[in-house]
Design a protein around this ligand. Structure first.
Ligand SMILES: *[C@@H]1O[C@H](CO)[C@@H](O)[C@H](O)[C@H]1NC(C)=O
Ligand SMILES: *[C@@H]1O[C@H](CO)[C@@H](O)[C@H](O)[C@H]1NC(C)=O
Ligand SMILES: *[C@@H]1O[C@H](CO)[C@@H](O)[C@H](O)[C@H]1NC(C)=O
Ligand SMILES: *[C@@H]1O[C@H](CO)[C@@H](O)[C@H](O)[C@H]1NC(C)=O
Length: 343
């Protein structure tokens, strides 16, 4: 990802919206209103950011801006919820320890969480000029396959990747499996959601089929949307920084395999996945996407809160269980699962 190129071009000519902002950690616990609605606990541990109306059940008619008292996101009108699974380190004695998260580049004061992009055009194209349709209240989506354990199974999901952070701002190469070497400054996961909407359904049974990747090519190559999913949306992308530094000096597997495991047991990395529940206030997202701005999009009339107030918006864990000490089993009963070739 040619981040420096974008930075240079965009600073020189901020002619269109480049929306990138951070959201601090709201809560880390076993809740998942999209895939396991009503279940408390849900199957596996997640790290969640956004509006504090997040709950085990989230009716699509729920008024997320209205029911939230705060948001952990920088845009104070964004009460959406964004979440992913969490990483654990698996020690050689078989115990697991949760990997903490860090704020991202330019958000080092943020407590954990993730960075969100809403992209109209590929990030390395300074243009970001295409007209895109914002999501609507009640909209939600999921991307990835928690059962994928091989590259072939993960291949249909474009660009759910890992970057081994040799420096805090390393952005390449992006790989599809967990890095198999210690990464000096941590591991970044990047998740890119599909960008073509069927224009009708706010959700679907698998939480994916109301959305589609472009018919040919990719979002990056400006591929066209298929006729079944004709409405072009912005690309929602997450970046999550996992602070693997504390584990680099512990003993690693002798066979060169990686010691990290997703909270649902995947030790390959191919089951990277994420969830999104739209919850922007009124037309705030569309306004931002239609207004030339760069990161700091106050031009669109949107308030941006300080990192201190983002960090201030947290939820108490409602699922009472130990997720943070050295554990013999991952919360929910999972153990590390390796792909067919590395068993
Ligand atoms: C979550 O849902 C429960 C049960 O409906 C409710 O009692 C609680 O107030 C909700 N919490 C939040 C933060 O909305
Ligand atoms: C397992 O290994 C980790 C890392 O060395 C250590 O902190 C932990 O106490 C060990 N657990 C047990 C049960 O020996
Ligand atoms: C947005 O930009 C203005 C002007 O440069 C600055 O004063 C403000 O602190 C910035 N806000 C955020 C949240 O970065
Ligand atoms: C954080 O929350 C506390 C308690 O609600 C409040 O007193 C304080 O002003 C808040 N700080 C910021 C920066 O929002």
């Amino acid at each position: 990802m040619q981040w420096t190129t974008l930075l240079t071009l965009a600073l020189a000519a901020p002619s269109s919206a480049v929306v990138r902002f951070h959201c601090s950690q709201l809560v880390v616990e076993r809740l998942d209103p999209l895939v396991n609605p009503g279940s408390s606990p849900s199957s596996h541990v997640h790290q969640i950011v956004g509006g504090d109306s997040f709950n085990a059940t989230m009716d699509p008619k729920k008024d997320m801006p209205g029911e939230s008292t705060c948001t952990s996101c920088q845009f104070s009108e964004d009460f959406s919820n964004y979440w992913t699974a969490v990483l654990y380190f698996r020690a050689q004695n078989g115990s697991y320890k949760r990997v903490p998260q860090l704020g991202n580049n330019q958000f080092t004061d943020a407590i954990g969480g993730l960075t969100v992009y809403y992209m109209q055009d590929p990030i390395y194209d300074s243009g970001q000029k295409s007209k895109v349709t914002a999501f609507q209240p009640g909209f939600r989506m999921f991307i990835g396959d928690i059962y994928a354990r091989t590259l072939a199974e993960a291949a249909r999901f474009r660009q759910l990747t890992y970057t081994c952070l040799d420096t805090f701002v390393t952005r390449a190469p992006e790989i599809m499996a967990f890095p198999n070497r210690p990464c000096k400054e941590g591991i970044m996961t990047s998740i890119r959601f599909p960008t073509c909407w069927d224009g009708k359904n706010l959700d679907s049974p698998d939480h994916m089929s109301h959305m589609s990747y472009p018919e040919t090519g990719t979002f990056e190559s400006a591929g066209p949307c298929p006729s079944t999913h004709p409405v072009r949306t912005s690309q929602v992308m997450f970046e999550v920084v996992w602070d693997t530094k504390p584990f680099n000096d512990l003993e690693w597997p002798k066979d060169g395999s990686n010691p990290f495991v997703w909270s649902f047991g995947d030790a390959t990395g191919y089951a990277n996945h994420a969830d999104y529940v739209f919850g922007w206030k009124d037309d705030a997202l569309q306004r931002i996407l239609d207004t030339p701005c760069y990161f700091n999009c106050t031009e669109a009339g949107s308030k941006m809160q300080s990192v201190a107030s983002m960090n201030n918006c947290t939820q108490k864990r409602r699922v009472d269980e130990d997720i943070d000490s050295w554990l013999q089993v991952l919360p929910g009963g999972y153990q590390a699962e390796y792909g067919p070739t590395s068993a």
